[in-house]
Every structure is written in structure tokens, then in C-alpha cells.
Design a protein around this ligand. Sequence first.
Ligand code: C2O
Ligand code: CU
Ligand code: CU
Length: 446
Amino acid sequence: LDATESRTAKLVAQKGSSVFKEQAANATFGFNQPYLGPTLRVSKGDFNPIIENQIPTPISVHWHGLLIPGAHDGGPHLPIAKGEEWAPKMQVDQPPATLWYHTHIHERTGHDVHKGLAGILQISDGRDDERGLPSDYGVDDLTLVLQDRRMDDQGFVSYQPAMPDYMHGFTGNAMLVNGQYGSVAVAPKSIVRLRLINGSNARIYALHFEDERAFQLIATDSGYLENPLMMTKLPLSPGERAEILVDFSSGKPALLKSDADPNQGPGGMMGNMMGRMRGMVDAVFDRSIDILPFVVDERVRPRITKFADKLDAPAFNLRRGDVVKTRTFIMDLMGGTEGFSINNQRFDMGRIDVDVALGSTEIWRVGSHMLAHPFHVHGAVFQVLSEGQSLPRPHNLGFKDTVLVGDEVELLIRFDHPASKEHPFMYHCHILEHEDAGMMGQFTVS
Ligand code: C2O
Ligand code: CU
Ligand code: CU
């Protein structure tokens, strides 16, 4: 993925070309290219992109993880019709993190993201050298968008979900990294940073290397961890990001793999429920998959040779003592008469579900029925206080905007960005089929 430092980047949503006319319906979508979009790199200050839509159906561009007012958030209330432009004027004011952007039109998100309407947004402050972190884009700082995609037998990306795909989420039969099939990553003989983005519609990964080498988790969705953590396995659900440091100084190649998705496979829903009863949300019910092989190129000059020490974690001012309200959200596939729902209500563009006070801190208790659901909140950062009555698992210790909910989680969340009735923020399951089917709510901040 090419990177652009421009604060006024222009993104043109367009169709990929298709070789045969009769297959035009199978064309992929992308921004400025046939599939996905460029990596936008910005630092504090103005961010004034221009988005033009050349696709026949409306799109939007939601800045997932960017802390900005609802009016610029790019959710379902901000569609860009064919031939139109959208030019939000934003101020970036948040610590370094790996975010992403994607279309968010209600009932079309699964289809349009599967076709390719997504890209990466990196916030940087230019101080990673001081931190001793790899930061040479595409050399020792690799951005990896993980997406499983379903291909038909002619090799076209195809999105035709049937009922089971709505239930379990739409998973693919081919693994793409940065929109490419069968690619190989090249690493220098040193420490390499991987920015991992789960851009899949539904697949939940549990990432690890085939040789079980330990790696260091340095950042989660919203920024650095104060104390980087060594681990051998990293769960990553749709919408979540993680940055890890991997040591290639031995020169040995590596293979990044994932355990099976706990929501899929023969166990499926029953297996997941049983797994959860045994307290093992990450249990393996299906088979594991290969994600990406790495080879080491000794000709590339190594820059960073040791793992990170303490980092400067962002200050998001989340304090338990500031909590003014506790709310509960239950994600369900069969909520009352509504089916895919949160708190027994299906998403309704015309209904505001929650009003929160600007500048306030709350506790959100989030539970799920039947499956594990990644819960995402727009316009806010949270910290996981507990998972299933216990302390959060290591990968959930940092600041986040998306968390996988198997057992009930308690989130400490603060709302510093305004959103009106006309342009509310969303909270939803990031399994896009669940979101499209109604597992979403909206809230104002004022
Ligand atoms: Cu990444 Cu509301 O989405
Ligand atoms: Cu978002
Ligand atoms: Cu879900």
C-alpha cells in the first residue's frame, strides 16, 4: 500500500476494472486504485481530505478510531452520492496510533468493505526514533491489512451471504494481505514492527508464528502500551488493530498463522457456547490458517536491534472515580422479535438510543449472546476493566475502541467529542453482517 503524507489527500472511490464486460458486476472497489486505498499518514493539526465517489451507489468514509466530532465521523448519516464530493475539515489531536477508514452505509457496509472500500490512517508524531521503534514505512515498519475474502471459482471476489453467513459472519476462502493473495513479506535482519489491522468482515484471528517465537505487543487500537508485553499469541477481532515487534535478527524466515475462528466451523454457535462455558473463548474448533510468510533480506541495513522498553502511553484521562453512569448493552442474534439487535432493538437510523454528556466518563457493560461479537464505539476511547469478572487478558490492557466480547466486559469510557442528533456516533458489532442486519445503536454527545 502506498503511503501519502498529504493532509489534503484526495480519495476517489472507484471500481476496479474487470477483464470481461459480462463480469462488470464482479468488479472490486477501491480508493484511487482497484482495491483498498492508500495509507494516509498524518500528525497533529489540520486534516482536510477530499473524497469523491465514482461508484453508482452511495458510500461514506468513516475514520475508525479518529477522535473528531460526529459531523465528520463518516458514519451512515454522511453518505456521498455518485459524482459527489465530501470534504470534512478536521483537526487531528491524538497520540500516535494505527487507525483505518472504511465505508459505513447502513446495510451496505459488509458488501462494500468486502469489495475493497477501506484503507489505513496512521497518526504519527515523528518521535518513533527517540522511542527506539522501527518507523521506516514498508522497510522495518510494515502495515498489514488482514482480510479473508470469498472468491468464486473464476477467482472473482464474491459477496452473496446466505443465512448462515449472517449468523456466523461472512468468512472467505482466500487470505489477502494488503489486498494481495499469496504475498511474501521481506524483513531486514533486525526488529520489525508489524501494524496488524483486522479488516475482515467477520473472521476472528488468534495470530502466532509457526515457530512459536515470542513477539512484543507495543500498541493496541488507540496507541502505545506503557509496558510492552511479550507474548506468543495475539487475538485480533474485526476492527481491532495491534502493533507488534518481531525479532528477525537470527535471519530465520517465519510464517504468521492464525488459529481457527471461534465463531466458525463445526462447533459454530453451539461450540462457542460450550467453549465459553468452559471459559475458553479462543478455543480451536476449526482448522488454523496461514496468513503470511516472512523472509529475511540481509542486504537491508538493520536499524533497530532490540525490543522496546517503557513507552509513553497516551493520557486519555480515564479515571474510575469520574464515572457518572453505568449502562448495559447486550448484543444478540435473536433479541426478542427483532433478531440481530442490541438490547432487543434493531438499528433504526431515526432513533437515538443513548444521550451522553460531553466530557463525562461512564462504565459500559457489554455482553453477548450466542457468539463472540467485537464491540466498537465511535468517537471515544475506552479501557477494559474486566472480562468475565476477571482482569482483562494481556492484549486488552491498552487503550481501545473495539473489543471482542465473549464473556461480559466492563469498559471505562470517556466522551470528549460532540455528536448531534443529525450526526450521532455509532456503537456496533464489527462483524459487518451483524452490523448490517441491525446490531448497532447510535448516541449523541452534548
Ligand atoms: Cu470500523 Cu462503525 O466502524
Ligand atoms: Cu468506527
Ligand atoms: Cu456480532
